[in-house]
Write a protein that binds this ligand. Structure first.
Ligand code: ZN
Length: 113
């Protein structure tokens, strides 16, 4: 389950940042997770529940923003929300498009004390 390793590295990044601020508790963490980031949300939530125990994030509020996947058609330039890599352009049916949003996997913000 790679969601667990993702969550563990998120926790590591968050704790490092909190320590730089001389904080001991993280109250809230906000994540941006793209729908094309390869993360299963249910697995992510499960991983958070088990990985946060004993960390500075144990009592934190976890806010997860799901970022929709947006693609730009390589033929006509039309922009559309895509479900997967092989969704054809709804305008011209060209199967080739570039996903320019939706692969995000980052810590957006932290609230510490
Ligand atoms: Zn097109």
């Amino acid at each position: 389950m790679h969601e667990l390793s993702i969550v563990m590295s998120i926790i590591e990044i968050a704790e490092e940042n909190a320590k730089k601020e001389n904080a001991s508790v993280i109250n809230e963490i906000e994540l941006d997770i793209g729908k094309q980031a390869g993360v299963v949300m249910e697995a992510l939530e499960f991983a958070i529940e088990s990985a946060k125990v004993g960390t500075m994030l144990e009592k934190a509020e976890w806010v997860v923003n799901e970022i929709p996947a947006l693609a730009r058609c390589s033929s006509c330039g039309h922009e559309f929300e895509t479900g997967d890599l092989f969704t054809p352009c709804p305008k011209c049916s060209n199967p080739f498009s570039d996903i320019y949003q939706g692969r995000e996997l980052r810590v957006k913000s932290l609230k510490v004390e």
